[in-house]
Design a protein around this ligand. Structure first.
Ligand code: COA
Length: 305
């Protein structure tokens, strides 16, 4: 997984230096933008908006490139008549027209993930924007925060957990064991919400619909059981990431793409925040309150233990 993240991050980092293989790869399809080869221009506020609009497509291109690198013998046809980003993404991923339900679920998922106030990755992006850095750097910084399992990486971790369980009973006893061991169950809890995450009901309903059309709905049943156990045992609720795992699974999306898809969507929120930050910019530089010892004696380096 790390290798693929390196490629993904690498593509974005390269673009900071004016090398944008993703845009080159897609240029025939989407057209070249005017800023990728001129990082200086990117730090001008009037150009942020233009570039922000193409970043979602750049990232979508990046995700497909990672997939192609993984499946080198697969020829990907980039041209289709899909009208939405969701439809285009699924069409390229599976090489065929997605069902109306799949297109709808992906569309809803991209909307749910697009923006969420001052979450960790958005804050990271805004700090970077506040230094007058360029938009690519802001997005790279944000990706670094989002990929962590306590933030956007939770959807992949939730999937890795629930796919191990073959029945509701097995899921229940394993979750109880994990809670006894003080382990966290990824996809539960929220830093700001205290009663429920309103996004969960939306994606859960779609995960249910998708599972009813699948040959085997065990994964949904298991996820539903884990949600009940977490409510009973810890009074904790599923966040937006948890039921994304079965929803994406039933749409045939490989787990390694879960968090990159989150990035593809959240880039719209990040870049909107960067524009807002720069419209009235002041560097974000918190101060820290030192609470350690007031003073201590100097010890020569040779005498230190
Ligand atoms: N599973 C089990 N216990 C959890 C938990 C989870 N997912 N999330 C929090 N807890 C427990 C902690 O162990 C801690 O218990 P303690 O007081 O006995 O030590 C308590 O709840 C408070 O946890 P804390 O991590 O301090 O809460 P927070 O508000 O700072 O963190 C999250 C919020 C989202 C980081 C946290 O709930 C979490 O790590 N969730 C899992 C990752 C995830 O799904 N992230 C996506 C968020 S949208």
């Amino acid at each position: 997984t790390d290798f693929r993240w390196f490629i993904f991050l690498g593509l974005t980092v390269l673009s900071i230096f004016g090398i944008n293989p993703t845009i080159d790869y897609y240029s025939n399809y989407f057209g070249k933008d005017n800023y990728s080869n001129n990082p200086e221009k990117l730090s001008e506020i009037q150009n942020l908006k233009d570039k922000s609009l193409t970043l979602g497509l750049d990232l979508q291109g990046g995700i497909h490139m990672v997939l192609e690198l993984d499946l080198v013998d697969l020829l990907i046809n980039l041209v289709n008549d899909e009208e939405s980003m969701a439809g285009h993404f699924l069409h390229i991923l599976h090489g065929k027209t997605p069902s109306d339900l799949h297109r709808k679920v992906m569309d809803v998922s991209l909307i749910l993930y697009a923006e969420h106030e001052f979450n960790a990755s958005t804050f990271t992006a805004r700090v970077c924007a506040s230094t007058m850095s360029d938009i690519h750097s802001c997005v790279v910084a944000a990706i670094g925060s989002l990929r962590g399992p306590l933030h956007g990486g939770a959807n992949e971790k939730a999937m890795e957990l629930i796919e191990n369980w073959k029945s509701k009973d097995e899921a229940k006893s394993n979750v109880l064991e994990m809670l006894d061991n003080k382990e966290k169950i990824m996809g539960f809890g929220h830093a700001v919400y205290s009663i429920r995450d309103p996004r969960n009901a939306v994606i859960k309903e779609y995960a249910k619909q998708l599972s009813e059309l699948a040959d085997d709905n065990t994964l949904y049943q298991v996820a539903d059981e884990v949600e009940k156990v977490m409510a009973d045992e810890k009074n904790m609720f599923a966040n937006a990431d948890f039921f994304h795992a079965p929803a994406y699974f039933y749409m045939g999306i490989p787990t390694k793409l879960f968090t990159p898809i989150f990035v593809m969507s959240r880039v719209s929120g990040w870049t909107a925040h960067c524009m807002e930050q720069r419209a009235n910019n002041r560097i974000i530089r918190p101060s820290a309150e030192y609470t350690g010892v007031e003073s201590s004696d100097w010890i020569d380096i040779a005498d230190r233990s």
